[in-house]
Design a protein around this ligand. Structure first.
Ligand SMILES: [Zn+2]
Length: 437
């Protein structure tokens, strides 16, 4: 790949967001849609509906005729798949250039007017049930359920891992319920289409505009005001099946994708992951021998950013792990780390970037589409997005003080949630936490 890819955004008259990530010389093409809906929109009586609909839609293009869509695309070798999350659904197809037209038709159709067939629905209910039963076996499921109730306010997010309820509801989710859901959410004003690879830009744009012309009725979805619960909360889940105690630390902050510093989160992760530059790992593992590894998960949604630090330790070490972790995080936010520490993190980020970074359609498409889908309620021609190349520059040039200020912005101790599971409940954690923060 010689030249740097270009990125363009178009808003069609019918209010679709179209992204062109043009990568000269790319051998394949990736076409994706991101649709603003997910578990956040669900209620107790339709839990799991967005996921079930996603399964049905993968097969919901008339162009596949009597075959299934995977049978239809098989001769092309194209790959299709989809996923459901808390705030968006993602459909994608990747394949060779010569099949661009049918791939585009497919994604545009299932993302705007999916066909919902009773026969297919029956089949996908079986598939979803199997997935849910596997999910139910996850040893962390009880802990996730506990945490969801502590962290979120919308019912759908609180219940997103309530697997049994979702299994029980499957027979009640009729084709009509799915059709109504698709009408409410799929289409104009609520969808980002992203095309990545080498393609004829003007020809493709014309084709897209023509196909979406009739979609004139923008879906005006609610923007939820209160998604995260404020305040400190600490709760315990009994689990006699596990030997160690697992602790979840969760922090949330009102940082969105319009914040130009958002990508510093990737640098911050180098400070607290299981890596050589991680000060948290160094403290808990190398100096104190309390743990073996640290797992991190972070999410930025249209409603805020949260991240989860997951640590397992001996039951007798719960309090000391909590104490050491919070003390260290507080220190980082107070600019109490060295310049050398920061430089090491920057290098470690740079290595990750060059190893896994922008060499693929997937990377570019996700990088841009996530910035738009998470700012969907506020997109104009001037909406800020940042290229992968600028993201790297920004991360490499951040100054120590500025970085500490950013850490302080995302580590809001007043919003701390701690959920832990093991054989034995520990006393006095809240008092300990209050003393530290
Ligand atoms: Zn699924």
């Amino acid at each position: 790949m010689s030249s740097i890819p270009t990125h363009k955004m178009f808003i069609t008259d019918s209010k679709f967001i179209i992204l062109f990530n043009y990568r000269k010389g790319a051998k394949t093409i990736l076409i994706e849609s991101y649709i603003n809906n997910g578990t956040v929109d669900e209620k107790m009586n339709n839990l799991g509906v967005s996921h079930l609909l996603e399964h049905v839609c993968v097969d919901g293009w008339k162009g596949c005729k009597k075959k299934s869509c995977s049978q239809f695309f098989k001769p092309q070798g194209s790959i299709i798949n989809a996923s459901t999350g808390q705030t968006y659904i993602n459909y994608w197809i990747k394949g060779l250039h010569e099949f661009t037209d049918s791939m585009l038709d497919y994604i545009l159709s299932i993302s705007t007017n999916p066909g919902i067939e009773a026969k297919r629905l029956k089949k996908e209910k079986k598939a979803v049930e199997t997935e849910l039963k596997i999910h139910k076996q996850n040893p962390q499921i009880g802990l996730y359920n506990l945490l969801n109730g502590m962290l979120f306010l919308p019912e759908g997010l609180q219940q997103q891992d309530n697997v049994q309820k979702q299994i029980d509801l499957l027979p009640k989710l009729t084709p009509q319920i799915l059709k109504t859901w698709a009408l409410d959410y799929y289409g104009s004003g609520n969808t980002v289409i992203s095309i990545t690879g080498e393609f004829n830009q003007s020809k493709l744009l014309k084709k897209i505009k023509k196909k979406l012309k009739k979609e004139k009725d923008p879906r005006l979805r609610p923007y939820y005001k209160n998604v995260f619960k404020p305040g400190i909360d600490i709760q315990y889940h009994q689990n006699n099946q596990i030997d160690n105690t697992t602790i979840f630390f969760v922090f949330w902050s009102p940082i969105l994708y319009n914040d130009k510093q958002i990508f510093l989160l990737e640098l911050f992760k180098q400070f607290i992951n299981t890596g050589t530059t991680s000060l948290l790992f160094d403290r808990l593992r190398e100096q104190k021998n309390l743990i073996y590894n640290i797992q991190l998960d972070n999410y930025t949604t249209p409603y805020g950013t949260y991240f989860l630090i997951e640590i397992s330790t001996k039951n007798s070490n719960i309090k000391v792990v909590i104490e050491e972790t919070l003390k260290l995080l507080k220190k980082l936010g107070a600019n109490k780390f060295t310049k050398k520490d920061l430089e090491a993190c920057k290098r470690s980020y740079k290595i990750a970037y060059y190893q896994d970074g922008p060499h693929s359609n997937d990377y570019y498409s996700t990088h841009y589409a996530e910035q738009y889908i998470n700012q969907l309620f506020n997109i104009t021609k001037n909406t800020t997005v940042i290229s992968p190349e600028d993201m790297l520059k920004q991360i490499q040039s951040v100054k120590k003080q500025e970085f500490a200020a950013f850490i302080k912005k995302i580590i809001i101790l007043a919003n701390l949630k701690i959920a832990y599971q093991g054989k034995k409940k520990e006393t006095g954690i809240l008092e300990l936490v209050n003393k530290i923060i």
